[in-house]
Design a binder for this molecule. Structure first.
Ligand SMILES: Cc1cc2nc3c(=O)[nH]c(=O)nc-3n(C[C@H](O)[C@H](O)[C@H](O)COP(=O)(O)OP(=O)(O)OC[C@H]3O[C@@H](n4cnc5c(N)ncnc54)[C@H](O)[C@@H]3O)c2cc1C
Length: 499
């Protein structure tokens, strides 16, 4: 097996790893990126079907932070990547369908506030307070990325209330602010963009997402998210980085508590630094077994965290533009009349396919070159997906696919009879392609009271976890964390040594 010496090895060529690599690599600093899948991107990939005539996006709905005040834009500019990408801005955030009514959320915060005030004038005080919370607590949480860079001064006066918000679920928070169930449910449905549900996600965290979504101009890239990942991968290689795909990391060697080498399927890297962007639990399993036992405390804390939701997606092709079949907007959120509260007793029943928010995205409208593509997505957990035989799995996938299609037909009856291709993915598919424990697509759940700070202190010298597992998911999150960590590391490396 070939042995290569590098200054740093990154595990995982998702957006976090790709951004980290682009910023870390330098003529005097050798960086390698090992990816287990056959192409870069992680969740930001696509796949093609029907002799390449259609392209399905594995994740892209909204990329936040792309407006002039967005952290993502700032990071891309500083990383020298902004002018290599082209973003298209949305005219509308989403259309929420609830109890027979369509709520068209505009694309910017002030417009959204005005729209909510028009729709729910009896909730005016709560709506104003809500927007203030987004622009204070939500903004401050969003700005943590810049605070790490020393570019944002914390408003300490906000902290006590922010802490209180982090102890509430989003649903509890909404119930404090509003009385109207319809308003609570349509706002709660936006949690799907965080891979979360409102009666679990902590309110402080959710407000940060709303700041990003309402105030920093969400956008999308044409050519699916794969074009974003491919651009970053190409640029990493051009800057001298070494990316290997189909190359899972199989083991990490340590000596006296310090990393010394990493074995991958294709080669052995001699290195003292590893930046891991995949699940921390996966990385812990790659460390030598006798040592892993010594890390009992870290492992114990890790075991206390709850893997986030996975999802089911249906990838559909229609025989005519989806707009002619009733999907006249780019994205719909289909919300159950009674909202998305799912009691524990219903977790493992089909109720989850009826009650959790289902998104329906008309990708043809965003990018006609993708083909006449509609995708339906709903959150789901590992449930029984992992223990079914191949035949059972196929049958169950088809059964759930039909349940979700029937639900979509209730909102878009003209769709029936016009779908020419259907394919489904499940949490088991996620695991297969990204190695995420339990097929989680969104890192660990950001619940009230959970403390994930210990993830910044891994139990081995030279190891670092970077990415959404400890902070929550998102393109912006992953790309900004990748940028910030690599940027700070580079500053430390190049700082003059004090004499
Ligand atoms: C259906 C869906 C829709 C989404 N929509 C949006 C959206 O609209 N907007 C948004 O901002 N976010 C969205 N997200 C979330 C977003 O896609 C992710 O948070 C983000 O892509 C994560 O990037 P990452 O690099 O941190 O992790 P990942 O993409 O998970 O990358 C980790 C990489 O590590 C690799 N890996 C794992 N183990 C090993 C190993 N042992 N050796 C080598 N490589 C390994 C994996 O193959 C993977 O490529 C969505 C996610 C899903 C699933």
């Amino acid at each position: 097996m070939q042995t290569l010496e590098v200054d740093e090895l990154i595990i995982g060529a998702g957006l976090t790893g790709l951004m980290y690599g682009n910023v870390a690599v330098a003529p005097d600093y050798r960086v390698a990126l090992a990816e287990s899948h056959f192409k870069p991107g992680g969740y930001a990939t696509n796949f093609r079907r029907l002799k390449n005539r259609v392209a399905f996006d594995c994740s892209q709905h909204k990329i936040t932070g792309v407006g002039p005040n967005g952290n993502l834009r700032n990071a891309l500019v500083r990383a020298g990547l902004w002018d290599k990408l082209r973003f298209e801005y949305f005219n509308e955030l989403a259309t929420v369908l609830h109890r027979g009514k369509a709520y068209h959320f505009p694309a910017t915060g002030p417009e959204i506030e005005a729209f909510l005030l028009r729709e729910f004038p009896h909730e005016a005080a709560g709506i104003r307070h809500f927007h203030l919370d987004i622009n204070t607590h939500g903004r401050q949480n969003y700005m943590f990325a810049r605070m790490m860079l020393g570019e944002y001064a914390l408003d300490k006066e906000l902290l006590p209330e922010s802490r209180a918000l982090s102890k509430l679920t989003t649903k509890e928070y909404f119930r404090q602010r509003f009385r109207d169930d319809a308003l609570i449910e349509i706002l709660s449905s936006l949690a799907i963009y965080l891979g979360a549900i409102a009666h679990e996600a902590n309110a402080f965290y959710f407000l940060h997402y709303l700041y990003a979504a309402f105030e920093t101009r969400p956008a999308y890239v044409r050519g699916t998210s794969q074009s974003l990942s491919d651009t970053l991968a190409r640029e990493f290689a051009r800057r001298g980085g070494q990316l290997t795909v189909r190359n899972p990391v199989l083991g990490i060697e340590t000596h006296e508590g310090r990393i010394v080498a990493v074995t991958t399927q294709k080669c052995r890297f001699l290195t003292t630094k590893v930046t891991a962007t995949c699940a921390p639990a996966v990385v812990m399993s790659l460390l030598p077994a006798p040592q892993a036992a010594e890390y009992a405390s870290f492992q114990h804390k890790l075991s206390q965290l709850e893997e986030g939701w996975g999802h089911i997606s249906l990838y559909l092709v229609t025989d005519r533009p989806p707009a002619e079949l009733g999907l006249t907007e780019a994205e719909y959120l289909l919300v159950h009349d009674a909202g998305d509260d799912l009691p524990a007793s219903e977790w493992h029943t089909d109720a989850r396919y009826e009650k959790l928010t289902l998104s329906a995205t008309n990708y043809h409208q965003l990018d006609p070159q993708s083909g006449m593509v509609v995708q339906l997505t709903i959150l789901d957990h590992d449930g029984r997906w992992f223990c079914l035989t191949k035949a059972e799995y196929k049958a169950e996938k088809e059964r759930v696919q039909n349940l979700l299609l029937e639900r979509a037909y209730r909102y878009f009856p003209a769709l029936r009879g016009h779908i020419t291709y259907v394919e489904a993915s499940t949490p088991r598919t996620n695991f297969r392609y990204t190695n995420s424990p339990k097929g989680s697509a969104f890192g660990y759940k950001v619940l009230p009271r959970d403390n994930m700070r210990f993830l910044s202190r891994p139990p081995v010298d030279g190891l670092r976890f970077v990415g959404g597992w400890g902070t929550g998911p998102g393109y912006e999150t992953g790309l900004c964390l990748g940028f910030t960590h690599a940027f700070l590391e580079r500053q430390r490396r190049t700082a003059p040594v004090p004499v």
